[in-house]
Design a protein around this ligand. Structure first.
Ligand code: NAD
Length: 350
């Protein structure tokens, strides 16, 4: 199992994407996002996605080089058509537009259509928080999903994540979570490693509880449960439905579309320029008082520290900056197979 550092991850992803015909500057932006996801411990959104992305290019789903168009450009909002370029590039453009609008108007919204997979949402809201914004981002899967509605067996919803962030000197508040019991990528990672997943995350194709990720992929295919599982899944289900309403229906991008494969995204981003609502010094002081209040709680047995949303990713990044990112053998095999098919050399990387 090779262990790679951030620069090696970025280099390998850039080379593979360039080999698949992605313009060099664009390949680097996508590669940076994949490497950054690995560095914060979300391997399901890291370089293992290269295989999926290149196959989406081969199938004409991802259209490298397509121009991202702002089709409605108003003082406090924009509608953006990503023209099925990489989601990472589309969101980077949306952030650029939103920063300008929210600084001028106090708040700004972007609705994004025709986007491919945007990757890890927390990367973008974290960036916005570092620029002084409180940020909200939600993403739906307009194509076939993998999540059953509460009480149902069939796949009807995407994993429909919600992400919120706000600034903090010692690492921003970043809540970044699926509204399903797990991200599909985490089932894929467990499946590749031949490991079970915890109970309460999925059902098999007949609606029975299962911990075997193979039950999700093999016929009759199972489904992921909404966040909250068999007991409290009505809450995750409700959040997921509303993500579809905002990111799919209000955005105009669509829901339950049969013309799109899994992995496309409808996106809603909303920024608040904090300074225009409350002096930043007051925000910072109140945030630190609040953090101290949370962290002073008595802890359950075995819990070393009360963590904030986003804190575990900061810790993992520190750890992985020191120790590198272990790439599972099966992921490494698939990446190398892909690289040799594209005539890309990775021999100097690991
Ligand atoms: N683009 C897409 O279509 C898409 C779809 C689904 C998921 N995703 C991404 O998948 C990633 C994984 O999502 P997930 O729901 O599996 O994440 P997760 O369950 O690992 O973490 C969810 C949240 O809980 C926080 N957290 C974790 N442990 C904690 C603890 N002990 N104390 C306090 N807070 C804690 C994390 O900081 C995070 O904000 C996310 O980055 C998401 O953006 C993307």
């Amino acid at each position: 199992m090779p262990t790679l550092n951030a620069s090696q991850l970025t280099t390998l992803a850039t080379r593979v994407l360039e080999g698949a015909g992605v313009p060099p500057g664009d390949a680097r932006v996508v590669a940076d996002e994949l490497a950054a996801a690995n560095m914060v411990g979300h391997d399901s959104h890291g370089v293992m996605r290269l295989v999926q992305y290149v196959s989406m290019i081969d199938d004409g789903i991802i259209k490298p080089g397509a121009s991202v168009e702002v089709i409605k450009d108003e003082p406090a909002y924009a509608v953006i058509d990503g023209q099925f370029n990489f989601g990472q590039l589309i969101v980077a453009e949306a952030l650029r537009v939103l920063f300008e609008k929210a600084r001028a108007a106090g708040t700004a919204t972007a609705m994004i259509r025709n986007s491919n997979h945007v990757g890890r949402l927390g990367s973008y809201t974290d960036r916005a928080a570092s620029e002084g914004f409180a940020a909200l981002m939600a993403v739906n899967g307009p194509g076939p999903g993998g999540v059953a509605p509460f009480g149902g067996i069939d796949r009807k919803l995407g994993t429909n994540p919600i992400c919120m962030a706000a600034p903090r000197a010692e690492g921003n508040f970043v809540l970044d979570m699926t509204t399903s019991a797990t991200a599909e990528g985490k089932l894929r990672v467990a499946h590749q490693k031949g490991e079970p997943v915890p109970p309460g995350m999925m059902i098999d194709g007949r609606g029975n509880p299962s911990t075997d990720p193979a039950d999700y992929y093999n016929e009759p295919c199972g489904a992921i449960l909404p966040l909250g599982g068999p007991l409290l899944g009505h809450k995750g289900y409700g959040l997921s439905v509303m993500v579809d309403v905002f990111c799919g229906i209000v955005s105009g991008n669509g829901v339950c579309r049969t013309d799109l494969p899994p992995g496309c995204n409808g996106v809603w981003m909303y920024l608040i320029d904090i300074e225009q609502f409350v002096p930043r010094s007051q925000f910072d002081a109140m945030a630190e008082t609040y953090v101290a209040h949370l962290k002073s709680s008595r802890r359950m047995e075995g819990v070393e520290e009360i963590l904030l949303p986003g804190e575990i990713e900061v810790r993992r990044r520190q750890q992985r900056e020191a120790e590198g990112v272990p790439i599972p053998d099966e992921t490494w095999r698939q990446i190398n197979e892909l690289a040799s098919r594209l005539d890309v050399s990775l021999s100097d990387i690991a």
